[in-house]
Write a protein that binds this ligand. Structure first.
Ligand code: ZN
Ligand code: ZN
Length: 325
């Protein structure tokens, strides 16, 4: 399902099977999650999107064929996340910040992704998946789970965390946070009672509209919704010294706000995708919690419908495409 040009529906395209190059593997896609970032790609909200491009960066696949130097065994089940390749030699790569590598290439954005029945991936950037979690339920771990994990790390030792935007990433983050003994409060779209109930069912201690003030001061906030006005709202809700983490790759403009909201050593920062180390740590941790992902399955050819449901907020948990379903 390829994006042939900006802001167009995805189209079913038939292509010859590609052959894996050096370090690459050819995967049969078993499942691929649908992420908010896929909508940003379709909507042309990220710089430098090449067309045509196949979106999808929460890929669960099985190795069918391997190129020279690719060490994964045929038949291995692996995950392919957003970070598809990094240079390995720049300052950022050498300091463990390969996610910030300026030459990095990303799955479903610069590299064809998993809204397909087959995909090529660099074996060095594939992640081992935990056994005991099936393909569809593993897929959302690969971006929603990973970005949530990294965002949570960025809140340090914060005990009481507000999560703005209660979709795929939040529903996993809340489970990790609770496992770590933290308290979570959920901010949903005003009036979205289903999302509020879903958040409470995952152990959040409070759920309300993003236009509401929480009943208590927060130590930190994580914003997953791509809405700039949530930034001053979250800053107003965190205590002095608290952190606000923006977890999305794109956000509407942040309105100006009084310096008093940032004063008191509050920290405002973004989180950019993931490193392989995040992937390894989180995928070891997820089955121990265990993280339970809520998924809605769509056949591959219904990718546009899955995107539309995500855009409209008419999904609980994560949408996952399954080829041949
Ligand atoms: Zn680099
Ligand atoms: Zn994503």
């Amino acid at each position: 399902m390829a994006l042939q040009r900006a802001r167009a529906p995805l189209e079913w395209v038939e292509r010859d099977l590609p052959r894996p190059g050096p370090h690459q593997v050819l995967l049969r896609v078993r499942a691929c999650g649908v992420c908010r970032t896929d909508l940003h790609v379709v909507d042309d909200e990220l710089p430098g999107i090449g067309h045509p491009i196949v979106p999808g960066h929460e890929i669960v696949g099985e190795v069918l064929e391997r190129g020279e130097h690719a060490s994964l065994a045929i038949g291995t089940r692996v995950g392919v996340p957003w970070l598809g390749w990094a240079c390995g030699t720049c300052d950022d790569c050498r300091r463990g910040r390969e996610n910030l590598c300026s030459a990095a290439r990303f799955t479903g954005y610069q590299l064809d992704g998993g809204f397909a029945d087959h995909v090529l991936a660099d074996a060095r950037y594939c992640l081992a998946l935990p056994e005991g979690i099936d393909d569809a339920h593993s897929a959302p771990l690969l971006c929603a789970g990973l970005i949530g994990y990294r965002a949570l790390r960025m809140t340090g030792e914060s005990r009481r965390i507000g999560i703005y935007g209660f979709g795929a990433a939040a529903h996993i983050t809340a489970q990790v946070a609770r496992h770590e003994g933290r308290e979570c409060l959920a901010f949903v779209r005003p009036g979205d009672h289903d999302a509020a109930r879903f958040a409470m069912s995952l152990g959040c201690t409070w759920a309300g509209g993003s236009d509401q003030r929480p009943p208590c001061e927060l130590d930190a906030a994580i914003i997953f919704a791509p809405s700039g006005p949530l930034v001053p709202a979250a800053l107003a809700a965190v205590r002095r010294g608290g952190t606000v983490v923006c977890g999305g790759i794109h956000m509407s403009d942040i309105p100006s706000f009084p310096y008093a909201l940032l004063w008191g050593e509050r920290v405002l920062r973004s989180v950019a995708n993931l490193t392989r180390r995040d992937g390894e740590e989180f995928l070891m941790l997820a089955p121990r919690i265990p993280v339970r992902t809520e998924v809605t399955l769509f056949p591959l050819e219904a990718a546009n419908e899955a995107l539309a449901r995500l855009r409209a907020g008419r999904l609980t948990g994560a949408a996952v495409l399954v080829p041949g379903a």
